[in-house]
Design a protein around this ligand. Structure first.
Ligand code: MRU
Length: 346
């Protein structure tokens, strides 16, 4: 498998570097984010995206902020750092990993007693967020690979791969680990309207690794299930609350179709994506711009003046989920939230 450096910290120029995912598959370009403003823009434009990668971006964003705030007075420095952290947290609302990554580094920053110490602490914590994510994805991949049949076709939605994480991936991490262990796995990627993360990103990274991949329009998923062409549905998650799994818009309809066709519907997500204190109603679902729906490849596809609705995510009730593949095993409803909260604190 060819490693992908989705997001990294560059010590030489003290900046966050990331693959511009808006250019793939046509172009491979690295973006350098040397300011918090630029990083927030990258998050909002989806140059960097996917829940775990957003966690790393949030974490590195705090380290970046600590380097760009020039106040020598510790109190003023700390106040400004808190403001920058809040701006990062709010860059996108649905994936909990973003605020989780920011909060994890801010908790470490709170133990520092000088500007220099906080700068050092924020960077070392941000780097361990990135390392932990990579390690977690590999463990989770192994857990998921163990429950896959020797030969299967998996339908996935959006991109829950190396590009959505530091490396390896969650749902696609399971696929990679299964292929590595000798299983014969093929993937059907729903294109994922309107921004085509499935067609552009999932297909790009699996083709690069030589894993069998076919892209379909989102609208053909039910028919393929009816034709017996799908053994399992496997997606990532942006937030798991006590009642639902938030993931890319379209996920819910796959879950309903899978249940109708008696096909297991699995979610792969690290514990950092679990939000024990919230329910569906507490979570803001991102609504994105009209232009993403009202045009295609630069051509207008909706008459001017006709409104569009562009929710970025939907919520799938846990009752439709066969299991959530995590680094701590496959969790099944009803979820043991005491266990999850305890493990999250470790
Ligand atoms: O809008 P995006 O591209 O950030 O949405 C990403 C998804 O919905 C992914 O499925 C999810 O973050 C899981 S990534 C491991």
């Amino acid at each position: 498998m060819k490693p992908v450096e989705t997001i990294s910290w560059d010590d030489t120029d003290q900046a966050v570097h990331l693959i511009d995912q808006t250019r793939l598959p046509g172009g491979y370009r690295n973006v350098r984010c040397a300011s918090v403003d630029r990083l927030i823009r990258a998050i909002q434009r989806l140059e960097v995206r996917g829940a775990p990668a957003l966690g790393v971006a949030g974490a590195m964003g705090v380290a970046l902020a600590a380097r760009r705030i020039h106040d020598k007075d510790f109190l003023q420095f700390s106040e400004k750092l808190a403001i920058e952290a809040e701006r990062l947290r709010r860059a996108r609302p649905t994936a909990v990993n973003l605020s989780w990554g920011v909060d994890r580094v801010m908790a470490r920053a709170a133990t520092g007693l000088s500007v220099k110490e906080v700068r050092d602490l924020t960077l070392s914590e941000a780097l361990s967020v990135a390392d932990d994510d990579a390690r977690t994805c590999h463990i989770l991949g192994g857990v998921g690979a163990a429950i896959l049949p020797e030969k299967c076709t998996i339908l996935t939605h959006c991109n829950a791969g190396a590009l959505a994480c530091r490396e390896w991936g969650t749902a696609l991490g399971v696929v990679r680990s299964a292929v590595e262990s000798g299983k014969e796995v093929r993937v059907i990627a729903c294109e994922t309207r309107p921004l085509l993360q499935g067609a552009r990103l999932t297909a790009w990274e699996l083709q690069r690794d030589g894993i069998g991949i076919t892209v379909i329009p989102d609208s053909s998923a039910a028919y393929l299930m009816r034709q017996g062409m799908v053994d399992l549905v496997l997606v990532g998650a942006d937030r798991v609350t006590s009642d639902v799994v938030f993931n890319k818009i379209g996920t819910y309809m796959h879950a309903i179709c899978a249940r109708h066709h008696k096909i297991p519907f699995y979610v792969a997500a690290p514990l950092s994506t679990f939000d024990p204190v919230r329910t569906e109603d507490d979570v803001e679902v991102e609504q994105r711009g009209r232009e993403e729906v009202a045009s295609f490849a630069g051509v207008e596809t909706v008459p001017p003046g006709v409104p569009v609705l562009n929710y970025g995510f939907d919520a799938t009730p846990l009752s439709l989920v066969e299991g959530i593949i995590t680094e701590k095993g496959v969790l099944r409803a009803p979820l043991d939230w005491d266990f999850i909260s305890r493990e999250q604190k470790k």
